[in-house]
Design a protein around this ligand. Structure first.
Ligand code: SF4
Length: 301
């Protein structure tokens, strides 16, 4: 039995039917790659490893139609998920031209938008607030770690305060937020996940998406790995940290994901257990069961 508050179950209850979240690539860039903040990107950035559609081309509406067709009627409800890069990094005009047609597709019950905490200016937040009044909206914001030194070493280009501001601003407008967290980012020690969990538990963050640091070919993290500067977590180490992390979150927070997966074709170098998703998930679930841990079991308000 799953010992955390699964987002998938939440969606099923909320919409009365299983919901398929469909990743889409709207062709956005990112200020941490286009030179606005930096041209180098985050140390781990390779969207192939974050999103199955990072290399997808074509209009988002076509991508959505194709995914719905591929589903062959298994689902009656869909969330259009603008996943790779920074999907609020444009004018309100461009955002509405992209978002609105997606919301008009039959069966689409909502929108999920992945972004950075520093890409939510006031006019974009006002527009998102308008969207949230009309449909289900979830804004996914990258934090990765609540340790500012870790954010700086990994070239995130923002600090923890920017994330806190973004969450509070969106919450004040009744917009649901999801935090992305990466366990094992250097120089975080395994203990650093605890303050990150505590911070998230103290904020009006509705959901949390957790994944392990993966070494993807060609990234700065890959260079560190080749130089022997980092050692990726084993599945046992990751499970330990994850169990502590989940236990410190609030029991009501929705868990979107507890590990990421990739493969050699998408540049995965290490840890290789990232390529064995089902087996690794089973190990994590068994470990939680054996320890008697549940999401929120060590939460202190
Ligand atoms: S914010 Fe996302 S897209 Fe931008 S550089 Fe970092 S990981 Fe890459």
């Amino acid at each position: 039995m799953i010992r955390y508050n699964s987002y998938r179950s939440y969606l099923r209850k909320r919409f009365g039917t299983p919901v398929l979240k469909i990743p889409l690539n709207a062709g956005f860039s990112c200020p941490n790659r286009d030179g606005t903040i930096s041209k180098e990107g985050c140390s781990f950035c390779d969207n192939r490893s974050f999103s199955p559609v990072a290399l997808a081309g074509g209009a988002v509406l076509d991508q959505l139609a194709c995914a719905i067709k591929k589903d062959r009627g298994r689902h009656a409800a869909f969330i259009a998920y603008l996943q790779p890069f920074t999907n609020t990094y444009a004018s309100v005009k461009r955002l509405s031209e992209l978002y609105e047609p997606l919301l008009a597709v039959p069966g689409v019950v909502g929108l999920a938008v992945g972004t950075r905490p520093d890409c939510l200016p006031a006019d974009v937040c006002d527009y998102l607030s308008d969207v949230a009044k009309r449909t289900y909206l979830s804004v996914e914001i990258g934090l990765q770690s609540a340790n500012d030194k870790t954010l700086s070493v990994n070239r995130r280009g923002h600090d923890t305060a920017a994330f806190v501001d973004a969450v509070n601003t969106l919450h004040a407008k009744n917009i649901e937020t999801v935090a992305h967290v990466m366990i094992g980012l250097p120089p975080d020690t395994t203990n650093d996940a605890v303050p990150t969990a505590r911070l998230l538990a103290s904020l009006p963050v509705s959901g949390v998406k957790i994944h392990q640091l993966m070494v993807i070919e060609g990234t700065l993290v890959h260079q560190w790995y080749q130089e022997g500067k980092i050692t990726p977590l084993t599945i046992e180490q990751y499970t330990d940290v994850l169990c502590n992390f989940l236990a410190r979150l609030r029991p009501d927070q929705l868990i979107h994901r507890i590990m990421a997966d990739s493969n050699a074709k998408n540049g995965l170098v290490a840890p290789l257990w990232s390529g064995e998703k089902m087996k690794s998930l089973q190990k994590i679930h068994e470990a939680m069961e054996m320890r008697g841990l549940r999401q929120g079991s060590n939460y202190k308000s």
